[in-house]
Design a protein around this ligand. Structure first.
Ligand SMILES: Nc1nc2c(ncn2[C@@H]2O[C@H](COP(=O)(O)OP(=O)(O)OP(=O)(O)O)[C@@H](O)[C@H]2O)c(=O)[nH]1
Ligand SMILES: [Mg+2]
Length: 654
């Protein structure tokens, strides 16, 4: 892709490095202020690491033959001077293909997962970590011919009986009859392809997902449930030669509009093959008018704004790049598309990082800064005490030691007094965790499996599937109820803490039950749509059940696993500020006691001690300012929506 994209990635890397540096500085700051704790440091380290490992994924989706692969060729492989990925008339890309650079193995390869793996209960995600299950084809990146030949494997099909095809999850009406044997049908030979290629942009973390048309989207649940919702931007391809057809509409409505990313997804409707409207005998003006008309029809059909439909000619762009034909390149309008893709892709990633890293880090800094606030409060009180000693008698010091002793005792009492509430909250978080414990879920899954296996009819299968959804919803409701209770307890513990210890505290971060509910609803909604026809399509119930398990059930289990991890770290985070505050305060009182004891022996250095306290208070004030500066500088790094002019496809009103 263009130099501009490369420059934007440079800026993006610099932005990430900048955030990483801020976090490193904050980690040092914590050590300097004696606030270092392994647990907190680990959390910060994880945030820093998450900045490094991220891939940026751009998916190309649309009905077959709209030019997805041709567009990828012209965006990324024009340097080869020919088509590298197979793009032909008719169905070409037979399986979802990921193009990226494997930074771990650091070598080019083509890996293909045999279609038969669909019969196994293992998920695509699991297969990703099992290289031995994939067939590897060497990639000679130095030669265009060798590359083209190797990548042609992606288009391979095989002849199987109709029954076999159906069992593998294909819809019979979508398959072509085999040329060599009329009783057989052609199915893709592979389920998924991975191309590791040292393209400069792939090396920097860009990943491309090329997908086949409608048929494949329908038959590979993980593509719809998992791969697509995870990408940063989707290019939806349409052809100017066909206009928006019924199957284009089906993909748009079922697979794209349904992705709920709370508008965090860059989505582009690309009207490809505009060159089919070019006409040697018509004036450029007339052609432009025809393109405009087509764009407005397309926009109306997709219910989006016309300026959200981007016209392009992937084929002419490829030719123009290969032949270095500048005027054809301009006419192909590829540069405009490249610009939009590069900006949007990065902008979406920046938004995600902003939420997951920047906001988390700001929370931690705020917490630490609050701790210093309370610390200073106490130091100021102690300084006032020492100041009141000047010129006073020894008796006064003894009185202070006595009162300090009482302070410490009272403090320890209060710690003991608050323990039950703290333990109650800890126990409640355990209850919360147990509502989605792996045992409960395994039991549910086992039950579902038994009931499905014992179902004699398709209707029976359906009702048992429904029962699974209901059971999952009940578990989620239970979690939500317990989460509300937990949140209430956290709030009241924080309140009690503030009043008992006379310290201000930040509001506790509440457990995000609402968001998790939304996420699960989305998984169930997508699964229901996918599963609607699996029990009627599959001849053998056992295969249908297996598909239901490898798709929906696995997805639901993965979701709850994620919730458990989130919950565990939430639990630690909600208690942590309290224990940390108490520890710091207790230490201060104890240190003050030592000081007073020393003063009792000799008062000669009273002035020195007051001065030292004064300096310490000033230093802490400065450190607090530094913490505020960290927060502001991170705030400045957040992407500013008003600065970009990317068109986003607004969610059509349903
Ligand atoms: N005229 C014209 N033809 C194009 C253009 N882009 C692609 N094509 C042709 O359309 C056909 C299909 O292109 P592909 O890139 O294979 O389409 P696809 O969307 O990847 O199709 P599948 O892989 O089968 O899903 C090929 O013959 C391309 O040469 C274009 O901009 N203009
Ligand atoms: Mg293709």
């Amino acid at each position: 892709m263009s130099q501009e994209f490369s420059q934007n990635i440079d800026a993006f890397d610099e932005w990430k490095a900048d955030i990483g540096r801020s976090l490193s500085r904050f980690r040092l700051w914590l050590r300097r202020n004696q606030l270092f704790e392994q647990d907190l440091d680990d959390r910060l380290y994880k945030l820093q690491e998450s900045l490094k490992s991220e891939y940026l994924t751009l998916a190309f989706v649309g009905e077959f033959s709209r030019g997805k692969t041709e567009l990828i060729n012209s965006l990324f492989f024009s340097e080869y001077g020919q088509r590298i990925l197979p793009s032909d008339a008719g169905r070409t890309t037979m399986c979802p293909t990921e193009l990226f650079y494997d930074r771990k193995e650091a070598r080019p390869y083509l890996r293909l997962l045999p279609i038969e793996t669909r019969l196994e209960a293992t998920t695509l995600t699991e297969y990703r970590n099992m290289p031995s299950q994939w067939t590897e084809v060497p990639l000679m990146t130095g030669s265009a011919q060798e590359m083209t030949l190797a990548l042609y494997t992606i288009t391979q099909t095989k002849s199987v009986s109709v029954a076999e095809a159906i069992n593998l999850g294909f819809d019979e009406s979508m398959l072509e009859t085999s040329e060599s044997d009329e009783s057989k049908v052609e199915i893709p030979a592979w389920r998924q392809a991975q191309v590791s290629f040292p393209h400069p942009l792939f090396k920097r973390g860009l990943c491309i997902l090329d997908t086949p048309g409608l048929n494949a989207l329908g038959s590979e649940p993980e593509l719809t449930l998992k791969l697509l919702p995870q990408v940063q931007a989707i290019v939806f391809l349409l052809g100017a030669d066909t206009g928006v057809t019924a199957s284009d509409m089906a993909i748009w409505e079922n697979y794209i509009q349904t992705i709920d990313k709370e508008n965090k997804l860059g989505l582009f409707a690309v009207l490809n093959k505009v060159d089919t409207l070019w006409d040697e005998l018509s004036s450029r003006k007339k052609v432009d008018k025809a393109v405009k008309r087509m764009i407005s029809t397309t926009a109306r059909q997709l219910q989006i704004d016309p300026n959200q439909v981007i016209p392009v000619s992937a084929q002419k762009a490829l030719v123009a790049k290969v032949k270095n034909d500048k005027s054809l390149l301009i006419r192909s309008q590829i540069t405009e598309l490249e610009h939009m893709l590069s900006v949007s892709l990065l902008e979406n990633k920046e938004n995600l990082i902003s939420e997951s890293v920047i906001e988390n880090a700001q929370g931690l800094i705020n917490e630490a800064s609050h701790l210093l606030d309370n610390k200073n409060q106490r130091l100021i009180e102690q300084k006032a005490e020492l100041e009141s000693l000047t010129g006073e008698s020894k008796v006064r010091v003894s009185a202070l030691i006595e009162s300090n002793k009482k302070d410490l005792q009272a403090f320890e009492h209060r710690i003991i007094a608050i323990k039950p509430s703290q333990r109650l909250l800890e126990r409640q978080t355990q209850i919360l965790l147990s509502t989605i414990g792996s045992q409960i879920l395994s039991k549910e899954v086992e039950l579902t499996l038994n009931e499905l296996v014992n179902s004699k009819t398709t209707i029976g299968l359906f009702s048992n599937m429904k029962r699974f959804y209901l059971a999952i919803n009940t578990i989620m409701r239970e979690l939500t109820r317990e989460a509300e209770l937990t949140n209430k307890m956290a709030l009241s513990l924080y309140n009690k803490f503030s009043t008992d210890f006379g310290m201000t505290l930040l509001e506790p971060k509440l457990f995000p039950a609402k968001r998790l509910n939304r996420e699960l609803e989305e998984i169930i909604r997508q699964s229901k749509r996918l599963n609607n026809n699996i029990f009627t399509t599959f001849t053998e119930h056992s295969l249908a059940i297996r598909r239901f398990f490898s798709g929906t059930v696995t997805e639901v289990l993965e979701f709850f696993k994620g919730v458990r991890t989130e919950l565990t770290s939430w639990t630690q985070n909600v208690i942590h500020p309290l224990t940390q505050q108490l520890k710091t305060q207790q230490k201060l009182i104890a240190e003050h006691r030592n000081e007073l004891l020393e003063l009792k022996k000799s008062r000669s250095n009273l002035d020195g001690k007051i001065k030292a306290l004064k300096r310490l208070i000033e230093e802490i004030e400065m450190e607090k300012q530094t913490a505020q500066d960290f927060i502001t500088s991170l705030e400045d790094k957040k992407p500013k929506p008003e600065q970009t002019n990317i068109v986003r496809i607004s969610r059509a009103t349903h």
